[in-house]
Each structure stands twice: as C-alpha cells, then as structure tokens.
Design a protein around this ligand. Structure first.
Ligand SMILES: [Zn+2]
Ligand SMILES: [Zn+2]
Length: 277
C-alpha cells in the first residue's frame, strides 16, 4: 500500500486502507483546505496524471529537482553538493525514479531536511531511497506526518553545521523551527541562503518579506521579523533562493534582508512613508 498524499500541501501520510479524515498541515491556520473538501492522492496517481521530475543545474554545485507540472505548493528540491557529501533541501511532494537517479548521479545525499513543515513533502521517501539522515528542527519535529519507520531522524536547534560550508540556521517566524541553509561556497564564494518560506523572495527579485501565512495573507509580529533578520546577520551571503525556481534574489541579498525587515517593521508600526491614507 502506498502512502497517502495530501493533494493541497503535498505532505505524505502512512499507508493505510483509508486516508486520514483531514490533513493536519492544511487545517492549520497557515494553510487551507479546498472549498470542496480534503483531497488525497498517491505517487502512482500523480505519475499517471503526467507529473515528472524536472532536474536543472541551478548554479555550479547546486542541483534543482522539481516536478513538472508543479504539484501542490510547488516547491522544488535543492541538492547542495560538497566534497564530503550532499544535503537535500525542501523535497517536493512528488518523487519518481528519475528524481532519485538524478540525485544519485550527483553523489546522493547524506542528509535531507526542509525549511518548514509545508515542505516536508516526500522527505521520508528520499531518506529511505538515499539512506540519508532526516534532520528536523526540534521545534517543528511533531509536524512530520509521514511514516518514520526505517528512517534515521535527528532533531536540532539554533544552528547546525551539516557539511563543510553548509549550515542550518533556525530563524523562526513562519514556523518556530523555520530554517534557512547558509551555503558559503555558493554564488562564486559570495555566499547563498536557501530560504524556502522563511525569507520570502518577492517578484521583483530586489527585496524579501516574512509571513505567518502566505495563502491567507497573514503577517508576522515585529519580534518575529527582528528575529529572522538577526538569525542570519552574522553570515555572509549575496544571493537567496526561495522555495521555487523563481524568483531569485541574485545579488545584494544581505543588504536587501536588512532593508526589507526595517521597511516591514515600519509598516507594522504605521510609520512607513507613502503608506498613510
Ligand atoms: Zn495538506
Ligand atoms: Zn509555508
């Protein structure tokens, strides 16, 4: 029996005769249930409906593994490659043999993790297929809905040096354990953040934002925005890849995070010039 997959968020649930009544992730205030009610699917049904792995080199040392057409929230995975092994980040809810083969050809993965529970997706399938250790922030580990049998799971908090030049940073905000990856060698050595929904790159690719809920348009309080900016302040980075192929904040990212956080807080306080009636 295959795992049940929530068609809205892409998270996996244990194999069973019948799926759960509701998806815990989607009934949370940060997500949503379709007006017609909860829908479930399976990997076989998704493949039959034409979903396929979409593999792209994002930049040297960074392989993207997404799904075409996109599925559920639509995040694409990123495989950070190092001489000491790889880290797979933000796995899509869809996975097939071509996706696994692409990761294997790029050296496999020693670790698999995600920015936050919306993007746990097929994390358990990846962990088992590649023999990768699943890293979950302690604050959010209870959100793992997939069956954990046969998986090696480790929790972490604050910051975790995963591989040479690759660090997980807990930022909080969107979820208490919302994280980013700092990849020092990325962007030609200027440094990269992989941010998922933790730091949200906006369509103009020149600034970022911070959200409690993206689909329900709910903001974060000032203390949370301050906390996210503070968590990454001591790291050097020039580029941010969010949760999707685009948008990408290609350069000037460190300054953009500081500027965007200040601007966001000014809006919260009603002090932003140009925002008054
Ligand atoms: Zn869901
Ligand atoms: Zn999210």
């Amino acid at each position: 029996m295959p795992p049940w997959i929530c068609a809205t968020c892409g998270n996996h649930y244990p194999a069973a005769d019948a799926p759960p009544a509701v998806c815990l992730i989607c009934t949370d205030e940060r997500q949503w249930v379709p007006p017609g009610g909860q829908r479930w699917t399976t990997l076989a049904e998704l493949a039959a409906n034409g979903h396929r792995a979409d593999v792209r080199e994002v930049e040297p040392g960074l392989l993207g593994i997404g799904t075409e057409p996109p599925f559920a929230i639509g995040q694409r995975s990123l495989l950070v490659r190092t001489a000491d092994g790889n880290l797979l980040w933000d796995p899509s809810g869809f996975v097939d043999d071509a996706a696994i083969s692409a990761a294997r050809e790029a050296g496999g993965a020693r670790f698999v993790t995600a920015s936050h529970p919306h993007f746990y997706g097929a994390i358990a399938e990846w962990g088992r297929a590649l023999g990768a250790e699943v890293l979950l922030p302690a604050a959010d580990a209870g959100w793992l809905t997939a069956a954990a049998g046969g998986l090696q799971v480790r929790t972490w908090s604050d910051a975790l040096s995963v591989l040479p030049g690759v660090t997980l940073i807990q930022c909080g905000g969107h979820f208490p354990g919302s994280a980013v990856v700092h990849w020092g060698p990325g962007a030609g050595g200027r440094g990269v953040l992989l941010s998922g929904d933790t730091i949200f790159v906006t369509p103009g690719e020149d600034r970022v934002t911070f959200v409690w809920s993206a689909p329900n348009r709910l903001p974060l309080p000032e203390a949370a925005v301050t906390g996210v900016a503070a968590a990454v302040r001591s790291y050097e980075f020039d580029r941010i890849y969010g949760g999707w192929w685009t948008p990408v904040l290609r350069s000037g990212a460190k300054q953009a995070v500081e500027r965007s956080a200040s601007r966001y807080i000014a809006h919260l306080r009603g002090e932003a010039q140009g925002a008054s009636p």
